[in-house]
Design a protein around this ligand. Structure first.
Ligand SMILES: [Fe+2]
Length: 235
C-alpha cells in the first residue's frame, strides 16, 4: 500500500527476509513536474499500481545501488514508457537490462528537483566477500528528505523480536547507521567519509531508508552520529 509521507512524497513497504531475519523493504515515490519517480521498486501488485495511477504518471524508475534491482523488470513491463536509470556497474552485473541511462559518475539531479550523489568506497558483505554497493543517495529538497537504501538501517520496536535481537547483536538497534558487517567490508573509509561530508551539506530533516523505520524529524544529527561511530571519526 502506498502511504503519503509529505507533499509529493510516498512510500510503499513489503516484507523481506535477509538471512532469515525480517528486515522489510521499502520503495519511495516522489512526484516531480514531469511525473513520478520510483526509487528502489518493490514487487508491484494491483493495489500499488492503482494507487500510483491516482497520483501521476510513472516517468522514472531508479535502481539506487547494485543490489536493489529485483523488481525493475516487472515495473518496466507495467510502465514501458518510464525511463530506467541505474547505478554504474549494474549494466555489467545485469548485461541484459534494458536501461535508459546511468546515474552520473559522482553526482547529479533528476529534473533539477531531486539531487543525488554516489557513496564512494562503501561495501557490503555478501557470499563472495566484500562487494561494492555503488549506492546513490537522493535529496528531495522540497520535503527536506534524504532517501537512502542500504547505507543506513533503523531497526526499532516496530520490528519483530528476532529482528530487534539481530539489530542489537550488530550494534545498530535504534540507531540510524550501517552495521558491523558493512564496517568489516568497507576498508576505504576516507572515501566514505568524503561522500558523507557532502551528504551532510544537504539540509534534510527526514531520512527514508529501505530497511528500518523512517526517521521523520531530527534525522540529520542521528545519521551523523551513526556515521561517526561507523567511521570512528568526527564528521
Ligand atoms: Fe537492501
Amino acid at each position: 500500500m502506498l502511504r503519503q509521507i509529505d507533499n509529493n512524497l510516498w512510500v510503499a513497504e513489503q516484507p523481506f527476509q535477509y538471512w532469515g531475519i525480517n528486515v522489510g523493504t521499502r520503495m519511495t515515490v516522489t512526484r516531480l513536474k514531469s511525473g513520478l519517480m520510483i526509487i528502489s521498486p518493490i514487487k508491484p501488485n494491483e493495489q500499488i499500481i492503482h494507487q500510483l495511477s491516482k497520483i501521476g504518471k510513472v516517468t522514472y524508475i531508479i535502481a539506487p545501488n547494485l543490489y536493489h534491482h529485483l523488481f525493475l523488470s516487472e515495473f518496466q513491463a507495467i510502465y514501458p514508457e518510464a525511463k530506467l536509470i541505474i547505478p554504474k556497474g549494474l549494466n555489467i552485473k545485469l548485461p541484459n537490462l534494458n536501461f535508459a541511462q546511468l546515474l552520473n559518475e559522482n553526482k547529479g539531479s533528476i529534473d533539477n528537483q531531486v539531487e543525488y550523489l554516489l557513496i564512494d568506497g562503501f561495501k557490503v558483505l555478501d557470499t563472495s566477500g566484500a562487494s561494492t554497493l555503488n549506492e546513490y543517495v537522493f535529496y528531495h529538497r522540497d520535503s527536506r528528505t534524504l532517501i537512502l537504501t542500504d547505507t543506513a538501517f533503523h531497526f526499532d520496536g516496530n520490528f519483530t523480536f528476532k529482528t530487534q535481537l539481530a539489530a542489537r547483536l550488530l550494534g545498530i538497534y535504534g540507531k540510524l547507521a550501517p552495521s558491523f558487517l558493512e564496517k568489516l567490508a568497507s576498508k576505504e573509509t576516507q572515501k566514505v567519509k568524503q561522500s558523507f561530508q557532502k551528504v551532510f551539506e544537504w539540509d534534510f530533516d527526514r531520512v527514508i531508508m529501505a530497511h528500518g523505520s523512517i526517521v521523520e524529524t531530527g534525522a540529520k544529527p542521528k545519521l551523523k552520529q551513526g556515521y561517526e561511530n561507523f567511521l570512528g571519526t568526527l564528521l
